[in-house]
Design a protein around this ligand. Structure first.
Ligand SMILES: [Zn+2]
Length: 549
């Protein structure tokens, strides 16, 4: 390990620990230091010695010296005073998240959810969940998503005060559409789509725009009853000379004859996004909207609805896009992949869905920290998995450690006395948090370790030095500079399968204690990585999902 980096990290956290709690505790630094310098866990006794030394040094400083040294560092503010979120001047904060229940939530959704939830909590406001399910054709709602989305939001730690489902509110949109028609702010356009498109592109009004409210109302009734799909849309009058073509008389309602999974064939006219969102935001008392800046134009479109009704628009804050590289985030691709068997389901670990991250052992708080540090900034960013993993490690300082040996090969060690080795459950664990590792020959080591150390002396970690030339216990037990490798006794070895984030599978054996884990436990297989224990397979093999190094 890089001793200087470990030392520096330990010093920083010891100072903070001393400052926050009066004295620095070596055991409290372990998780923080490993979070910043994961290689340090390769030699825990050495690390523990460093931490103790640093803690003693820091405890010997005067409070002034601590202050002076601490001022050189910046720390993530505690949860209660997290920023990245600009202060707001709002009497009453009611915000909302509005996913489409055509699929499960993925990490991209988490940004909006968490930022809204943080605001709601900070201002003692409310967070509403609105399920936008008014497109039964191209964004066909998925029945299970209506329960999965609130569940996943809850898993993320969000407090949802109310759930609004748009398909239950269709008469409300009709009523408001009619009001706009009667006031001359909306009309039914029956031009064929190509003509409509051309007119909008060229900023030319079509004849339909001259309808009197009475004529428009008659056309509207026709839409509700008999007009065929694609033959008419209700458009909001804006400005046909608007510099942005998409702003010109944008469509508010259209006919879709497809069956809806919740309301069946009850309705044939459905609102489009901007119209439904404006009506709902107003009627449900939303005072704050957070949105990705890709929706910039939508706020301008919706402003027409607000103006026509004389409503006050909610405060809108925009933030940069969060790109997700190397992971598939398009709902349509996921749906297709699940259908054709490429993916096992929405929680397939190759997907960036919250269910998949949860299955791998990602902690919701790690996702939250990540999104808060992104904050409400206009700059776009790309999801940096290494930072997310770093946060996750920091949250798991007490994840139990176990020996896991991938691709095991048998090692019959001559002269190895059978004995029980007692090890801490995790580095720095209190005396009563231990695990028992019975050592006896033959045992398993990883094929890779065997191959890399042919003919050499290796340290079977926490046990003995072994000469791999003769497979005998070494005369010399000094293990400084000797490669340390994990081992598992053949007697009591637990068969393990680890599914990695790319879907590949590793098989191996783990120490006997792994046989008694509770489902959902996140462990650290030493020199391998963090994994979440999922279940026992029918053949008795323990199934784990890999989280990160
Ligand atoms: Zn027209």
């Amino acid at each position: 390990m890089d001793a200087t980096a470990v030392q520096a990290s330990a010093r920083k956290w010891a100072l903070k620990n001393r400052n926050d709690h009066g004295s620095a505790q070596a055991s409290a630094l372990m998780g923080k230091v490993i979070g910043e310098a994961p290689e340090a866990k390769g030699d825990i006794p050495a690390l523990r010695a460093i931490l103790q030394k640093v803690a003693d040094e820091v405890n010997a400083l005067s409070p002034e010296q601590v202050d002076a040294e601490l001022s050189a560092f910046t720390f993530e503010p505690p949860k209660s005073e997290r920023e990245g979120l600009p202060k707001l001047d709002l009497q009453r904060l009611i915000t909302r998240v509005a996913p489409n229940p055509s699929g499960y939530l993925h990490i991209g959704h988490a940004k909006n959810l968490i930022l809204c939830d943080e605001y709601a909590k900070q201002y003692k406001g409310q967070l509403m969940l609105r399920l936008e399910d008014t497109d039964p054709k191209t964004k066909k709602p998925m029945p299970e998503a209506y329960t999965a989305i609130p569940e996943d939001a809850k898993w993320l730690g969000c407090t949802i005060s109310r759930i609004v489902i748009q398909s239950e509110r269709i008469p409300i949109y009709y009523e408001h559409a009619e009001k706009l028609i009667q006031a001359g702010h909306a009309y039914v356009c029956s031009c064929i789509p190509e003509v409509m498109q051309k007119n909008r592109a060229e900023g030319k009004a079509c004849g339909c725009r001259n309808q009197t409210p009475v004529q428009a109302l008659r056309e509207w009734k026709g839409m509700l009853l008999t007009t065929k799909e694609g033959k008419a849309v209700l458009r909001i009058k804006t400005d046909m000379a608007h510099p942005n073509a998409s702003m010109r008389d944008w469509p508010a309602m259209r006919i879709v004859e497809e069956e809806h999974p919740r309301v069946g064939k009850k309705y044939r006219v459905w609102p489009l996004y901007n119209f439904a969102a404006a009506v709902d935001d107003h009627l449900t008392g939303i005072t704050l909207v957070l949105r990705g800046k890709e929706h910039e134009l939508n706020a301008d479109k919706q402003q027409y609805v607000y103006d026509y009704f004389g409503w006050k628009a909610p405060l809108t804050l925009e933030y940069g896009l969060l790109h997700i590289e190397g992971a598939m985030a398009h709902k349509s691709d996921i749906i297709k992949g699940i259908k054709d068997g490429t993916y096992s389901g929405w929680d397939d670990v190759r997907l960036p869905t919250l269910r998949a991250l949860r299955k791998r052992g990602l902690q919701p708080e790690a996702i939250r920290r990540y999104m808060i540090q992104l904050g409400i900034k206009p700059t776009d960013s790309t999801l940096d998995w290494t930072i997310l993993y770093k946060y996750n490690r920091e949250l798991l300082p007490t994840a139990p450690h176990y020996y896991f040996v991938e691709d095991p090969v048998v090692l019959d060690v001559q002269g190895l006395q059978a004995k029980d080795v007692t090890l801490p459950l995790y580095p720095g664990a209190p005396q009563d948090q231990t695990r028992l590792l019975p050592a006896s020959s033959p045992l398993f080591i990883a094929k890779k370790d065997a191959e890399e150390n042919v003919g050499k002396v290796v340290r079977l970690k926490d046990l003995v030095n072994v000469e791999l030339s003769s497979n005998t216990v070494s005369q010399n037990q000094d293990h400084k500079g000797v490669p340390k490798i994990q081992w598992v006794p053949q007697d009591g070895a637990v068969n393990v399968k680890v599914v990695k984030e790319d879907g590949s599978e590793h098989v191996g054996v783990a120490e006997p204690a792994v046989g008694h884990l509770k489902a959902g436990t996140v462990v650290q297989f030493e020199r391998y990585g963090y994994c979440r224990y999922d279940s026992e397979l029918p053949d008795g093999v323990k199934l784990f999902y890999y989280a990160h190094p």
